[in-house]
Design a protein around this ligand. Sequence first.
Ligand SMILES: CCCCCCCCCCCCCC(=O)SCCNC(=O)CCNC(=O)[C@H](O)C(C)(C)COP(=O)(O)OP(=O)(O)OC[C@H]1O[C@@H](n2cnc3c(N)ncnc32)[C@H](O)[C@@H]1OP(=O)(O)O
Ligand SMILES: CCCCCCCC/C=C\CCCCCCCC(=O)OC[C@@H](O)COP(=O)(O)O
Length: 304
Amino acid sequence: MPRQKFPRFHAGMSSNVVKAASPLASAVTGAMELSVAQWLLVVCLVAFPLLYEWSVSFKYFCKMAFYNGWILTLAILAIPICAVRGRNVENMKVLQFMLLHIKYLYGIKIEVRGWENFNIKEPYVVVSNHQSSLDLLGMMEILPSRCVPIAKRELMYAGTAGLACWLAGVIFINRKKTDDAISVMTEAAETMLKEDVRVWVFPEGTRNHSGSLLPFKRGAFHLAVKAQVPVIPVVMSSYKDFYCKKERKFTTGKCTVRILPGVHTKGLSSDDVPELADRVRGMMLEAFSQMSSERPGKGPGGVH
Ligand SMILES: CCCCCCCCCCCCCC(=O)SCCNC(=O)CCNC(=O)[C@H](O)C(C)(C)COP(=O)(O)OP(=O)(O)OC[C@H]1O[C@@H](n2cnc3c(N)ncnc32)[C@H](O)[C@@H]1OP(=O)(O)O
Ligand SMILES: CCCCCCCC/C=C\CCCCCCCC(=O)OC[C@@H](O)COP(=O)(O)O
């Protein structure tokens, strides 16, 4: 007769022990019944937070991926709301409203100085430094009403975000075709005056995280001179304390956005553009260096 396996052991266990062991036993049995996919999910759920806390680079990639993914998702909500009005600069308010909370998600404190410099009723051209796609947060914090950014054409093809930008009247330029870009900006000068629109330009023309300002391209200044409207410089302080693409660093932190006094262009012609661009860049560089030398949270007053 074949020997029974563990008969005595089971027989010898008190009913209490059996009761106590059964949840554990059922958990073990349950675990063994998990499919490969379920196992992978469990491993991911355990590994993800560990890796996230342990690896600075992993955290950086996750935060950037979520940033882009979240914007693409928010755009899905924004599109039908914007579509009601059609392509309209007023839709920029919808995008602004949608994006304002992101600074809280990322623990980025934004301090704004110089609000009074935006107290101009007429159209104007805002020029600001461009460190990263995170500039969107500072931009949305202070975006004046009826103000649209000039963006590279590639952004128009960025899925839902591209469509939302188009609906909000973002002006797209083809950086590979100077003549096309110039004619779009010349058209923008007319639209600004006819439709009371403000335009936001990143005169560096590309993202720059070098800790200084690149030489300025002159399109924004030609635009302001053509429309005879003021240029209002905006400087966002360096992100280096909380964000660095090279080091794959992305923590929480503070950014100061300074709106500088407007520079008038009445009476200027295209011959004055190089001098105007240099003067504005000088003002911005000075403000940027000053802000960079301040310790976070210890800046001078005038905070709004
Ligand atoms: C919920 C969903 C939300 C989604 C997110 C929403 C937010 C989206 C936010 C998006 C944010 C996205 C942010 C972004 O995407 S940033 C990237 C795109 N933006 C820019 O590039 C803007 C800055 N660029 C310029 O201003 C350039 O000058 C342009 C592009 C115009 C030409 O550049 P290019 O490199 O091809 O040529 P050049 O600069 O050597 O110029 C050549 C000559 O032409 C002269 N010239 C120039 N312009 C004019 C003019 N208007 N009238 C007459 N002349 C003009 C100029 O003085 C020069 O002559 P000279 O001086 O040498 O004699
Ligand atoms: C179905 C297609 C899916 C495409 C997915 C694309 C992923 C992008 C997702 C979301 C877009 C986020 C919007 C961020 C807006 C910030 C724009 C920006 O910072 O552009 C950089 C531009 O100023 C200068 O470009 P370069 O530095 O010259 O390069």
